[in-house]
Design a protein around this ligand. Structure first.
Ligand SMILES: [Ca+2]
Length: 133
């Protein structure tokens, strides 16, 4: 009887932990509510891809990363510490990392979301790797 109770508690605290994890995940982009139609007017990015842009407002040079393509080092793609805005045209959540190989400060983008500037996220010109969740 006691054993069973402990087991139930364990399951409860596990649930609480995953809830906490969700709540504390700071979603970085605040332009994620833009409709797909609005977004299409603002940037050029192939479907099922993540696009990083050199400048705010989806400007400058563009790096296109197909969904779930491993990107541990943006330097290898000529885009290290360069991104200032992004369009996530995939069904996957992504995390941009400050350093190569997925470390340092993080920026999280929901599936199908857009952000016209990283400046208000303290992430301008910082992305060095892209992790697909
Ligand atoms: Ca932003």
């Amino acid at each position: 009887m006691k054993r069973k109770f402990v087991g139930a508690l364990g399951a409860l605290s596990l649930g609480a932990a995953s809830l906490l994890g969700t709540a504390s995940a700071a979603y970085a982009q605040e332009e994620g509510t833009a409709s797909a139609q609005d977004a299409q007017l603002q940037f050029s990015c192939p479907s099922v891809s993540l696009c990083l842009f050199q400048y705010d407002n989806y400007g400058g040079s563009r790096l296109v990363i197909p969904e779930r393509q491993k990107t541990p080092d943006l330097a290898a793609r000529g885009f290290d510490n360069k991104a200032s805005s992004m369009a996530n045209q995939t069904g996957s959540e992504i995390i941009l990392f400050q350093l190569a190989n997925y470390s340092g400060i993080q920026y999280t983008a929901k599936p199908v979301s857009y952000d016209k500037t990283f400046s208000n996220n303290n992430f301008d010109n910082r992305a060095s790797s892209v992790y697909w969740r």
